[in-house]
Design a protein around this ligand. Structure first.
Ligand SMILES: Cc1cc2nc3c(=O)[nH]c(=O)nc-3n(C[C@H](O)[C@H](O)[C@H](O)COP(=O)(O)OP(=O)(O)OC[C@H]3O[C@@H](n4cnc5c(N)ncnc54)[C@H](O)[C@@H]3O)c2cc1C
Length: 500
């Protein structure tokens, strides 16, 4: 690329393709000509329903009205993820969004709470999570702050139908000028001298030319993998699950404002309530359980009647060695895959396209942009990888070979160091601008049974009755405010019921 970039071609119209098209046309549409090529015959991966709070930032950047979006996608609210049977069988904890307690002076809240435990307090860590109180009571409203207090209110994300989200974004993007070409791409054409992609050829004989190509072709990685030959760093030795079986079902009696993640003998099951159905799936490791057995486990654990036949999806956890190569940027499943345990895939699409918009190669060939983009994305992928490995590794289950192997595996040094620091001091530090904050690491480490031997001496500035009173007040405020919130179902019915 040594001429200004004007023509952008997006290959693929799944969640990644349409999120990319929507943001690009919104932010840079005045200077770009954007074409998206997709094939209805090939279709999309067709799963992906749970998100994390930064998606709100993405939707706001697009000027999307939240109620309209929830209506269009059959969406519900997500306040966190409940993990069942993870640390040990019968255990249950939540990775709730939002803060836990409130920082005291220079001391993170959990040190203060550990101080109290040392003095005999028996309260639970999640007694100080407002999100947890609301989630377990199936309650929600938009509440940025707990009234008459300095305490943060509810921090939320969404469950939604990713296919409907793509359709919703498509309408806006096409309205703003993105051209859509329907057809099957047979191959991409490369300039012999520069190695850049010049066009993609379709089965129809048509070809679509561009200056910059965004590969959103899903697991197939048509451009970044097949055309440019960029390899894949395989993380299966750390995250051994390699398949999922998914099935939509009728909703159960409750519409929980949180995702459920239930560990089974060789993997785990998700339950995601949407307005019109529940998404269900069982992520598993094929070395330990067959497709039929895994399907049996899933079907035996549905809360409502199945609405379709179960479908097995194969995957390999890992990432592309390079996300941006020549004039091609891989976004979505073509860039890598991590299982949906912490709902990070759609988020990685978001950060990929946001970064590309921020580092857009307006003037053509700019290797420094490419290098920085690849560095930032690799860092983000690796920190998320560590966070997901933590869930598998920190278990004390003895009921299956799978869980024993996970407990005994050799984890990345970066994760080892983090666990050790917590065990020795209860300290947790966010690494640069990694996705998951201290409070997320805390909940998973504590929830999975990792116990620190000491805590910060700063916390001993508040002790005895003053400490007891402080904690009691926090609990009371959170409990009483959460119990008065509207029911999640009422919130949906009032603000954003689908089909109205
Ligand atoms: C089991 C499972 C569960 C998941 N759950 C979650 C979740 O809860 N939360 C979350 O954030 N993410 C989740 N994900 C990830 C999420 O599904 C994806 O990140 C997201 O859907 C993006 O997919 P994509 O657009 O990259 O690829 P796809 O949806 O596969 O889209 C690929 C596009 O490329 C087009 N295409 C491919 N080849 C050609 C060709 N030759 N010619 C023309 N067009 C072509 C296809 O037609 C399609 O439009 C999950 C993934 C899996 C596998």
């Amino acid at each position: 690329m040594n001429t200004p970039v004007r023509k952008v071609v997006i290959v693929g119209g799944g969640t990644a393709g349409w999120m990319s098209a929507a943001l690009l046309v919104k932010m840079l549409g005045h200077r770009l000509d954007i074409t998206l090529v997709e094939s209805d015959d090939i279709g999309t991966v067709g799963v992906g329903e749970a998100t994390i709070p930064p998606i709100q930032v993405f939707n706001k950047a697009l000027g999307i009205d939240e109620d309209a979006f929830l209506k269009a996608t059959g969406g519900t609210i997500k306040l966190g993820i409940e993990f069942e049977n993870w640390g040990a069988e019968g255990d249950r904890y939540m990775h709730a969004f939002g803060p836990i307690g409130r920082q005291v002076g220079m001391s993170a809240f959990h040190h203060v709470w550990l101080q109290a435990r040392g003095e005999g307090d028996t309260s639970d860590l999640w007694d100080y999570s407002f999100n947890h109180h609301a989630a377990k009571a199936d309650r929600f409203t938009r509440l940025p702050q707990i009234p008459s207090t300095p305490l943060e209110g509810l921090v939320y994300a969404f469950h939604f139908d990713a296919g409907l989200y793509a359709r919703f974004l498509r309408a806006g993007a096409e309205g703003a000028g993105v051209k859509r070409v329907e057809g099957i791409i047979t191959h991409a054409n490369v300039d012999g001298a520069s190695g850049n992609i010049t066009s993609v050829s379709l089965k129809s004989g048509e070809s679509v030319e561009g200056d910059l190509f965004i590969d959103c072709s899903g697991f197939r990685a048509l451009l970044i993998g097949e055309t440019l030959g960029i390899g894949y760093e395989d993380w299966t030795h750390w995250l051994p699950c390699d398949r999922a079986v998914a099935v939509p079902a009728e909703n159960g009696a409750r519409m929980r404002p949180y995702t459920q993640s239930i560990a089974h003998k060789a993997g785990w099951q998700w339950r995601i309530p949407l307005q019109h159905r529940a998404g269900n799936g069982h992520v598993f490791c094929s070395d330990y359980i067959s497709d039929d057995e895994a399907t049996g486990v899933l079907m035996a654990n549905l809360e409502g009647k199945a609405l379709a036949d179960p479908r097995v999806i194969k995957f390999k956890t890992g990432r592309r060695n390079s996300f941006w190569e020549k004039n091609c940027v891989a976004i979505g499943l073509s860039s890598g895959f991590m299982e949906p345990l912490e709902s990070t895939s759609i988020h990685l699409i978001q950060t990929g396209i946001v970064r590309l918009v921020q580092m857009f190669p307006t003037m053509g060939e700019e290797p420094s942009l490419r290098a920085e983009y690849n560095r930032q994305l690799a860092f983000e992928y690796e920190r998320i990888r560590d966070f997901i490995i933590l869930h598998y590794h920190a278990n004390t289950r003895t009921d299956s070979d799978f869980w024993r192997a996970c407990a005994n595996m050799n984890v990345p040094e970066s994760l080892k160091a983090r666990i050790q620091l917590f065990e020795e001091s209860a300290l947790i530090f966010r690494d640069g601008n990694e996705l998951f904050a201290e409070v997320a690491w805390l909940q998973v480490m504590w929830g999975q049974g990792i116990r620190p031997r000491a805590h910060s001496p700063l916390a001993s500035n508040l002790t005895g009755d003053r400490l007891k009173g402080y904690l009691r007040d926090l609990r009371t405020i959170m409990e009483s405010h959460a119990s008065k919130l509207p029911a999640h179902t009422d919130f949906i019915r009032t603000h954003c019921a689908a089909g109205q």
